[in-house]
Ligand binder design. Structure first.
Ligand code: SIN
Ligand code: FE2
Length: 196
């Protein structure tokens, strides 16, 4: 991975796992439905002013959790700081995310190739944090048909992409069975975005 993509190995600390649990205690993980009517294998929740949601009506950002009608939990300071520092390390100074999507993968769960394009300002990067079970990250190009790199991601790894790579296709291969000392049989992914 080159150019506007940075892979920061082991950049995120273990303490983030506790903040994931605290967030999920007020906004539980749920399997959302795609506009096409498919239940996603990844369970999701959000924190911060805006959260990414999908249902039969489409993909969008929402200030409230549709399950509760309440605002999403506040973004923990540990999350904000990590996102800011990782972006800075990758050459994107001053990153202040207003949305953090938290993905929970059980073994077998996957994320098909997609672009993150529901945000307003593509000059802002994406910061993606891996916790728990390992995964194989698929990272392609601007076209779905472009060659896809397979990047193994482990607990604590952070990927930042922006600039010319901001709209690159990406995804996650089905998670393998396993057990992680901090997360058990799950992988968590935090994706920080500037949605508005
Ligand atoms: C995503 O693209 O939203 C998730 C990426 C990941 O789980 O690492
Ligand atoms: Fe994504």
């Amino acid at each position: 991975m080159t150019g506007d993509v940075a892979l920061l190995r082991g950049f995120a600390g273990d303490a983030l796992v506790d903040d994931v649990a605290r967030t999920a205690a007020s906004a539980p993980f749920r399997h959302m439905v795609t506009p096409g009517g498919f239940r996603m294998s990844v369970a999701m929740t959000n924190c911060g002013p805006l959260g990414w949601v999908t249902d039969r009506k489409g993909y969008r950002y929402s200030a409230v959790d549709p399950e509760s009608g309440q605002p999403w939990p506040a973004m923990p300071e540990s999350f904000r700081e990590l996102a800011y520092k990782a972006a800075r390390e990758a050459g994107f100074a001053g990153f202040t995310p207003d949305a953090c999507l938290i993905n929970r993968y059980a073994p077998g769960a996957k994320m098909s190739l997609h672009q993150d394009k529901d945000e307003r300002d593509f000059s802002q990067p994406l910061v993606s944090v891996s916790l728990g079970l390992p995964a194989v990250f698929l990272f392609g190009g601007l076209s779905r048909k472009d060659k896809v790199e397979r990047v193994p991601l482990r607990h604590g790894d952070v990927v930042v992409w922006g600039g010319a790579a901001r709209l690159f296709y990406h995804g996650i291969m089905p998670i393998k069975d396993g057990m992680h000392p901090l997360t058990g049989a799950f992988r968590f992914n935090l994706t920080f975005r500037r949605a508005q």
